[in-house]
Design a protein around this ligand. Structure first.
Ligand code: NDP
Ligand code: PYC
Length: 338
């Protein structure tokens, strides 16, 4: 432990975050799910969605924008289709409530989809998909957020930062998992750069006049982000809007109105999952085949696979504790004590 750092076990961090959620109107059941999600992000070094997000959660709860006690309604709408109305609550408790039925349908049919609407997702997506791959399934998920990304060549923000996450079993190793925004950079990382006074790399965003800028404050102050990869990332962002909102009955990123809730930060949209049992694919060495292609990628010169950094960071945190600056720890304690 250095002078400016405390190191918490995962269990202790979960407990601290749970207290914050409960203190701010979240039911104990929902608080545990959200605290585990946020602590897991911090543990894995997914800092754009770790404890840095806690003041945003609290601010949203206190604004009355999100219902921390919401109990989702699950609808069994087809042999391979589950639909969930999150009732204005956070997405993860709605997702956990629907997961047993989703998995039952995947086991019966080989594939099933889950559509969540009227939900607030404020975190990373890998915690949603990685556990499916640990259980032997292939999973893909998308979620939209708040309009802060201009279409390729456009001037007005239409898309959210709209991540796509994918997880697959891989023999002899942790699952192959990637989880990436369809914007050039996640909004969370822009906020972190603005606070730290760091410039962004070129090509991340535009200012309020639509001019390219590397200044995160200009992006946050009326500017916008760009999609990753030009017109190709643009189409991914649009696909995410369609799957997460048009298909689920949720809102598009530019559709919901939070102006009556000062301090609201959690996007009120939808999330979509497709989960596949690879045993139905006709290849009983699927996980070995995935390991094979991953090895080929590494042998061909890619220095690491997506997810590798997280697993290294997780292992270190499990050994040494999750590092938090004293300042951050003090802020969390203050939020927990109210
Ligand atoms: P990054 O660009 O940091 O990483 C995207 C993916 O690429 C990760 O799987 C990462 O793995 C992998 N990766 C990064 N560098 C390399 C490399 N050199 N070689 C191989 N793989 C690499 O993520 P984003 O900034 O795009 O997104 C960050 C998070 O923000 C995501 O978890 C996303 O879900 C979340 N988000 C949530 C939103 C919401 O509405 N809820 C909206 C937008 C984003 P690794 O993690 O191991 O580095
Ligand atoms: O980092 O882009 C982001 C984000 C949006 C909503 C939650 N996280």
């Amino acid at each position: 432990m250095s002078d400016n750092t405390v190191r918490l076990s995962y269990a202790d961090l979960v407990s601290l975050l749970e207290q914050i959620f409960v203190k701010n109107g979240v039911s104990e059941h929902n608080a545990k799910i959200l605290a585990e999600n946020c602590a897991g992000c911090e543990r894995d070094g997914s800092l754009s969605h770790g404890v840095f997000r806690m003041p945003g959660y609290v601010s949203s709860l206190n604004s009355g924008w999100v219902d921390g006690k919401a109990v989702a309604e699950i609808e069994d709408v087809g042999p391979a289709f589950v639909r969930v109305d999150a009732k204005g609550g956070f997405t993860q408790p709605a997702f956990f409530a629907a997961k047993p039925l989703l998995i039952e349908k995947v086991k019966t049919n080989g594939v099933a989809v889950l559509a969540i609407r009227r939900s607030h997702h404020f975190s990373a997506l890998w915690p949603d998909v990685e556990p499916f791959a640990e259980e032997g399934f292939v999973a893909l998920s998308v979620v939209n957020s708040m309009a802060c990304v201009v279409p390729h060549g456009g001037k007005k923000a239409v898309f959210g930062t709209n991540p796509v996450a994918f997880a697959s079993p891989r023999a002899g190793a942790a699952p192959f998992v990637f989880d990436q925004a369809s914007s050039a950079i996640a909004h969370g990382d822009v906020q972190i750069a603005a606070r730290a006074g760091h410039e962004l790399k070129p090509g991340m965003g535009v200012d309020r006049d639509g001019q390219p800028t590397n200044d995160p404050k200009e992006i946050l102050d009326g500017g916008a982000l760009l999609p990753f990869g030009g017109h190709k990332g643009n189409s991914i962002a649009l696909m995410v809007e369609i799957l997460s909102a048009a298909l689920t009955g949720g809102y598009f990123s530019g559709e919901f109105d939070w102006s009556g809730h000062k301090g609201a930060q959690t996007p009120y949209t939808g999330q979509f999952f497709v989960v596949i049992d690879p045993a139905r694919g006709g290849n009983d060495v699927f996980a070995e085949r995935v390991a094979g292609i991953c090895d080929l990628v590494l042998e061909a010169g890619q220095d690491r696979l997506p997810g590798d950094r997280r697993h290294v960071t997780r292992a270190k945190a499990e050994r040494d504790g999750i590092p938090l600056s004293l300042e951050t720890y003090g802020k969390l304690k203050a939020l927990a004590e109210g």
